[in-house]
Design a protein around this ligand. Structure first.
Ligand code: AGP
Length: 385
């Protein structure tokens, strides 16, 4: 049994650990300093550089509608923050399973963006048909070249994360976030919303991410293992975050549900007093994403608001596990457990924050004797509705 479990867990562990190796292969990271060559990495159906979605098209889009499912939907939510902030272009995010049933309003001047690891998710394919029928050009962020969604799309940004075997998506998610960040930066450039100097700064920050992920994998695994020992019998978990960190709270909760079968919810931290505070007692572990980019006043403000939310949880006996940046000594005085991650740009922190959450879910699942790679009732590709 132990051997079988160890083997079963192998793929998920391997793909979590592959993340820093795979990140540099996502669109950006050629030596380019201003990313002016990003569009050549948008490919057509034959894998050739795309011409039908030109720089002018990207400049002309007046909105982006992202459609996806599950973990890819969480990436989409984070992508909304990236695109709106950098490119100042409005973004709507839909569940693919909802989109086609709500008679969406046609928008031929917006970009339809599909995010999917497999490219074979039935709901996402159906939503893409709906987008195309309503006149949208579609672009796919996908890990499998030649899959159904990439065949239908006019352009594809391949995430190049390598085959993802475990049902729970891990490295594909961080690769999707990276692709979205790169796309947001490109849109910002073609729309004249960013200076070369700012672009260069963001590219430099992005290029630090692979080594930072390596560092997290090295430094937090043991802590996650210990946390699993302390909390593996919990019946429920809450994950909190604000702004772009909220989708990461959702993703942390999904990973835990999916592979350890513990009920978990992700919530925007500021919404706690509108209902979920009633759940808090000494049996409820609450994972709070309390990171900040000290160079960004809006990030610092969100961090301060999150600290207040944390205090509201601890005052009610809740047991807080905080994700914070290195050097934050203040937070350790407020909470029971802290996991430190390296500092990065506000829009890139999500890529780092999710790694400890993936490791926590993994250790919880192993501790509870669950099959990490093949959770019950789930399939890797959801090819039926
Ligand atoms: C995530 O861990 C899932 N197994 C699931 O939510 C997945 O992300 C979803 O089914 C969408 O799949 P796709 O990215 O292949 O379209």
């Amino acid at each position: 049994m132990a051997l079988a479990l160890g083997l079963a867990a192998a793929a998920q562990q391997r793909q979590t650990r592959q993340q820093p190796l795979k990140l540099p292969q996502v669109p950006l990271i050629r030596a380019s300093t201003t990313l002016v060559d990003v569009p050549v990495l948008v490919l057509d159906k034959q894998g050739q550089p795309l011409e039908s979605l030109s720089r002018d098209d990207f400049r002309a889009f007046n909105a982006v509608r992202i459609v996806a499912c599950g973990t890819s939907w969480h990436a989409a939510l984070a992508g909304k923050f990236m695109i709106e902030r950098l490119a100042r272009l409005p973004v709507d995010v839909d569940y693919a399973s909802e989109y086609r049933y709500r008679d969406p309003i046609p928008d031929s001047s917006g970009l339809g963006l599909l995010i999917t690891q497999s490219g074979e998710t039935a709901d996402t394919i159906a939503a893409q048909h709906e987008l195309i029928a309503k006149g949208s050009k579609t672009l796919a962020i996908c890990n499998v070249v030649g899959s159904a969604v990439t065949r239908l799309a006019e352009g594809v940004i391949t995430t190049n994360a390598g085959p993802e075997i475990g049902v729970a998506s891990t490295k594909a998610f961080t690769a999707q976030l990276t692709a979205l960040f790169t796309l947001a930066l490109y849109l910002a450039q073609v729309r004249g919303q960013i200076t070369d100097r700012e672009s260069l700064h963001l590219v430099n920050e992005l290029s630090r991410i692979p080594a930072q992920i390596e560092e997290i994998l090295r430094t937090v695994d043991e802590t996650c293992h210990e946390l699993a020992r302390a909390f593996s019998t919990a019946r429920d978990f809450l994950f909190l975050g604000r702004g772009i960190h909220y989708p990461i709270a959702l993703e942390g909760a999904l990973k835990l549900k999916e592979i350890s079968y513990i009920h978990a919810e992700g919530y925007p931290a500021g919404e706690m007093k509108h209902g979920p505070n009633a759940l808090i007692d000494e049996t409820l572990p609450v994972v709070c994403i309390a990171t900040q980019d000290p160079g960004d006043p809006s990030s610092v403000l969100k961090y301060e608001k999150t600290l207040s939310n944390i205090q509201e949880v601890t005052a009610r006996g809740g047991r807080v596990i905080a994700i914070a940046i290195q050097g934050d000594t203040h937070i350790a005085q407020l909470v029971e457990h802290v996991i430190h991650i390296p500092q990065s740009h506000e829009l890139l922190l999500p890529i780092l924050e999710v790694i400890p959450l993936q490791l926590l879910a993994y250790h919880m699942a192993v501790r509870r004797g669950c099959d990490v790679d093949q959770p019950r009732n789930l399939a890797k590709s959801v090819t039926v509705e």
